[in-house]
Design a protein around this ligand. Sequence first.
Ligand code: HEC
Length: 82
Amino acid sequence: MIEQHRCMFCHTVDTPHRAPSFQQIAARYRDVPGTPGMLEEKLRKGGEAHWGDVAMPSAAERGGGPLSASDAHALVKWVLSQ
Ligand code: HEC
């Protein structure tokens, strides 16, 4: 699913590239209550920047097509387990 949605175009698991690595994201949010819901929203609709100047583009802007709530849930769960 990560490949289908082209997440690795900007992210990698362990090396910051165009975007924070998934390990950095997991370390920052793993113990923060409410994180999964916030990140799922963000994956689907985009949102404000939390890491730098560049916000995460919405699913439509990323060109991978619409992202369902259940897919967003699965992706966020995977990211936070890195
Ligand atoms: C076009 C580049 C790009 C693509 C493709 C992309 N991301 Fe991101 N992502 C970013 C950038 C840039 C940030 C940092 C945004 C910020 O400062 O909040 C980010 C941040 C994030 C965050 C942390 C958000 C926050 O609020 O701290 C998560 C989680 C995430 N991405 C997951 C994903 C997943 C899962 C995919 C695939 C569905 C994906 N990204 C695809 C560029 C991208």
